[in-house]
Design a protein around this ligand. Sequence first.
Ligand SMILES: *Cc1c(COP(=O)(O)O)cnc(C)c1O
Length: 476
Amino acid sequence: MGDGRTIPGRIPSVDEILKTAAAVDAIDRFGRPSVVDAIRRSAEDVRASLAKANGHAASVKSSAESIMTSAVARLERQAEPNARPVFNLTGTILHTNLGRAILAEAAIEAATRAMREAMALEFDLAEGRRGERDGLVRDLLCELTGAEDATVVNNNAAAVLLALNTFGRARDVIISRGELIEIGGSFRMPEIMARAGTRLVEVGTTNRTHEKDYAAAIGPKTGLILKVHTSNYRIEGFSKSVSGKALAELAHARQVPLINDLGSGTLVDLARYGLVHEQTVAEAVAEGADLVTFSGDKLLGGPQAGFIVGRKELIAKLNKNPMKRALRMDKIRLAAVEATLRLYRDPDRLAERLPTLRMMARPRQDIETQAARILPAITAAVAPRYSASVTPCASQIGSGALPLETIPSAGIAIGFAGPRGRGRALAELVTAFRQLPMPVIGRIEDDTFVLDLRCLEDEAGFVRNLAQLRRGGDSQ
Ligand SMILES: *Cc1c(COP(=O)(O)O)cnc(C)c1O
């Protein structure tokens, strides 16, 4: 290639480099402008190295081929998507930082079709005229919750915001001091209430709120009473809160709407799957809440969404609020929501089809057997520096659902075998797993790196991926 000789300290021109076989191949893969840009940057790096190497130019690789090698590496890095799938072996099934619920195959298919084709989104096929996008899921939501009507928005935070703004703007919103929650730094009930334009009227105390506290606060300026599921924490001991049923009776007697923000919101009795019973949306509707709000991607196991179900005339008011448009959901997720909700019509096969429930219901014994099966592969990948063993562990649901509940699980614990430098060795191990082609995210527990296998479904893919750890380790 070219004159075949590399003169130390001379950097080939971009045009020269573009003539190499590697560049021709790269242009085919990445397009000419990106390749030219990558060559310029790599040549720039070489120039900087040469300047630093003063007098030792021969130690710097500056041939067209070597610059092209670094340019290709750069191009490959750039081509990697930022939205990378990972193995969630944290033991938290609905991990907000890892995207919460994994969708059912039916939902994935529905979303894919919605992306690929035009669809009757706001079009009534029976009448041949304009329809409503909520119409796609309204009947299903009513059927599954027993509510009169339903609407869907971007997420539950949006559902709460819309409900507060519609019924509480420039009015009082009554809420117990025990329910002024923060769900992660970005969702704090008092702040959402302020942004919705409502006046916060706190009643009761942190640990105890009585019916008479609510009753005394209701007045002509009351817009609504808000009951909030405390989700990610519990007040125990000397505590009291007012039941949804008692609050509904009070609200109706005084003619103010009661909105129950269930947070996670489940459509099935979790006791069926060996978990503690959590009030279902249908139960919250039945005990008299005028509106109930809940998430799509928590216990429900669907895509990010916020549902508001309840009385028809209140839903109609929500739909008239101009904010609804700003909070509305797109066709892709609506299609996925519809397909997810349909699965609930066959509860007997739900745990098979809905990944969230399937993972929650997975028996510990099954996970332990899997751990024993993949232990040799993990040992081979981390030995001799680290040793691995099967360990019992505890999974949790996450995203504020049943925060005190843990589910007995099993996994692999990987520890550093050496006498010193345990902390650093462990940090290196965690990093190496994170840098795998498909990053593996676990958790640190008692000086070991624990991989809870509850959410591991693609076992073969996991083992194949692990082989890269071995390679990475050798080249370091
Ligand atoms: C999680 C949660 C929210 C926010 O729901 P997103 O779907 O994450 O927007 C609101 N209220 C409660 C009680 C929650 O648990």
